[in-house]
Design a protein around this ligand. Structure first.
Ligand code: PGA
Length: 251
């Protein structure tokens, strides 16, 4: 059984006042044990306060990236152990904005995912093709290369999450067709199961890229879509909760 996960990625948005949105999300979550997991990844400055606020609720809190090393001379960076210490349970690694803004390679992402595991965090590893790659018919080849390069062998036996986020769908309002999403997710599931056996078969595969209340139900119904990684629509509690409810309604 793959446990569903609805994850919000606030990116570089959110001041202390935004904690009210997270509180409203926490309040709107059902406590049923088979309900989807719900996670918000705020900017690093808010992780500790949000985790404190979410204690005793079903809301989980995560980081948006972490360094591959546990500590050291890396000005401005944050380690997985620090996120865990602040109350995070998950961390996103390899988001396409990190890959492009900070030149993060597949090897860097794999090392970050390994560091997350070492700190007891669940890594959410992001992959996805650009529009140019899709138009060149290279989507599956790109996904294969990212899976091979960004996933450390150490994931075997651990909980982890994959987010398929076509770069051209992020923040654009454009989404792939259901068939396109189904094709990539089924392919990812096959690769994960073959390489990581039970932990690969049970890893949630999230879709990300312009998911919103209006299209969530349709996307979450696609086979092998086990939840979503939501940017813009996670910033307002009612929108995010509506996506969470769409995930719960699929069972
Ligand atoms: P979006 O972002 O929902 O705003 O498209 C998704 C993401 O980048 O994780």
């Amino acid at each position: 059984m793959v446990r569903k996960l609805i994850a919000g990625n606030w990116k570089m948005n959110g001041l202390r006042a935004s904690l009210a949105e997270a509180a409203a999300v926490a309040e709107g979550l059902t406590q049923q044990h088979d309900a989807p997991d719900c996670l918000i990844c705020p900017p690093a400055t808010l992780v500790a306060a949000m985790a404190e606020q979410a204690a005793g609720t079903a809301l989980k809190v995560g980081g948006q990236t972490c360094h591959s090393e546990a500590s050291g001379a890396h000005t401005g960076d944050i380690s997985a152990a620090m996120l865990a210490d602040a109350g995070a349970s998950h961390v996103i690694v390899g988001h396409s904005e990190r890959r492009s803004d900070h030149d993060e390679s597949d090897a860097t992402v794999a090392a970050q995912a390994q560091a997350a595991l070492a700190a007891g965090l669940v890594p959410i590893i992001c992959i996805g093709e650009t529009l140019k790659q899709r138009e060149a018919g290279r989507t599956i080849a790109v996904i294969d290369a990212q899976l091979a390069g960004s996933l450390p062998d150490g994931l075997a036996g651990h909980g982890f999450v994959i987010a398929y986020e076509p770069v051209w769908a992020i923040g654009t309002g454009a989404t792939p067709t259901s068939d396109q999403i189904a094709e990539v997710h089924a392919h990812i599931r096959g690769v994960l199961s073959a390489r990581f056996e039970a932990s690969g078969a049970n890893a949630p595969i999230l879709y990300g890229g312009s998911m919103k209340p209006g299209n969530a139900a349709e996307i979450l119904r696609i086979p092998n879509v086990d939840g979503g990684l939501i940017g813009g629509a996670s910033l307002k509690a009612p929108d995010f909760l509506s996506i969470y409810e769409a995930a719960g309604a699929q069972d």
